[in-house]
Design a protein around this ligand. Structure first.
Ligand code: NAD
Ligand code: IPM
Ligand code: MN
Length: 352
């Protein structure tokens, strides 16, 4: 039987809680495929216990999998031992860079039965294509005279023609399969060097896609439209940092951060792609059973789609839709939601 070799990094806080439910969904959804799951104990808690953040040998081991399912990593931000994003940078970003996850795909689709915080949400169905391996995330910065009144602190945003072009091309190809609209979001009125590169690249790629409508918004104005008229968006392409910020906003307007899925893709297939909810480890609700596992479950659907299991991915999405349709006011725990969705997936397979 065909195998799907999955690496699972459950991580910290609600990470393990929601990942458990995503794994149930994957196991229920696949057909004729043996899912081989290998757990990697990584994250803030593991670091505090063992001193390991991410060894090169672990990266090599992860490389041998078809895909990585990640919950969330990061501990108590007030813990001095975790200061400076040591886990986020040393683990999450290190994996994105090591596996060349240059497309960070973050879809938002408001289900008709889900309450959006917007008064008139309209038809919300867009995808943010966030660049994943450049921008200020590369760590190309530094500081001098730290702690003195003359401190200078720099973070450099790195934007390469190669890196921008490949993610812009991905966005246009995606738009071709959707509603054929691409919006570049940047800050070209201030960040002129990077902004110029992004604009010229979008213009050049747009010339090859005459059927795709292209527009541009400054990041500040984009946040207005995401709240005022999110239905105007189809594919948004943007850099790493702007993409980080607007996808939390997108999650919120799309019915809650607990429903926002993401994929860190290396579309070339040379490295395993990594799928994770947009949200973090949510220490404020960890251990309470209040975490919504839907984002993790929909990330599992992205994972299956990306690993050639489109039907299984569709089963998960249909089961999530049906579960959302049936949601009343009664509060359910993380595992109750996950069990209900897994049950629907199994039932849909039996009745197929
Ligand atoms: P967060 O996303 O963890 O939480 C923000 C708010 O959203 C909190 O009130 C939380 O309770 C709520 N929330 C998040 N996920 C939810 C869910 N599934 N269901 C219901 N409510 C949910 O963001 P934060 O508080 O800024 O970060 C906490 C930690 O997670 C930090 O250490 C941060 O660096 C890390 N982080 C990790 C990732 C990742 O691993 N991919 C992503 C973002 C943040
Ligand atoms: C995300 C997170 C990460 C990011 C952090 C934890 C490094 O916020 O996945 O959105 O900024 O990319
Ligand atoms: Mn984020």
């Amino acid at each position: 039987m065909e195998q799907l070799r999955l690496a699972v990094i459950a991580g910290d806080g609600i990470g393990p809680e929601v990942t458990t439910e995503a794994r149930k969904a994957i196991r229920a959804a696949v057909d004729g495929v043996e899912v081989v799951e290998t757990e990697y104990a990584l994250g803030a808690a593991h670091y505090l216990e063992s001193g390991e953040i991410l060894e090169d040998a672990t990266i090599d081991a992860l490389r041998s999998h078809d895909a990585i399912l990640l919950g969330a990593v990061g501990g108590d931000p007030s813990d001095p031992r975790l200061a400076g994003g040591i886990i986020e940078r040393g683990l999450l970003l290190k994996l994105r860079f090591a596996f060349d996850h240059h497309v960070n795909l973050r879809p938002t689709k408001l289900h008709p039965k889900v309450q959006s915080p917007l008064r008139e949400p309209g038809d919300i169905d867009f995808v943010v294509v966030r660049e994943g391996t450049e921008g200020p995330y590369v760590g190309n910065g530094g500081a001098i005279r730290v702690g003195t009144p003359h401190e200078v602190a720099n973070e450099t945003s790195v934007n390469t023609a190669f890196g921008v072009e490949r993610v812009v091309r991905f966005a246009f190809d995606l738009a071709e399969q959707r509603s054929k609209r691409v919006t570049l979001v940047h800050k070209t009125n201030v960040l002129v060097h990077a902004g110029g590169l992004w604009r010229r690249t979008v213009d050049a790629v747009a010339a090859e896609h005459p059927d795709v409508a292209v527009d541009y918004l400054h990041i500040d104005a984009a946040t207005i439209f995401l709240v005022d008229r999110p239905s105007r968006f189809d594919v948004i392409v943007t850099d790493n940092l702007f993409g980080d910020i607007i996808t939390d906003l997108a999650g919120a307007v799309g019915g809650g951060i607990g429903m926002a899925a993401s994929g860190n893709l290396d579309p070339s297939g040379a490295h395993p792609s990594m799928f994770e909810p947009v949200h973090g480890s949510a220490p404020d609700i960890a251990g309470t059973g209040a975490a919504d596992p839907t984002a993790a479950i929909l990330s599992a659907a992205l994972l299956l789609e990306h690993t050639g299991q489109a039907e299984a991915a569709e089963r998960i999405r249909a089961a999530v839709d049906a579960d959302v349709d049936a949601r009343g006011d009664a509060r359910r725990t993380t595992s109750e939601v996950g069990d209900a969705i897994a049950e629907r997936i199994r039932a849909s397979k039996e009745h197929a």
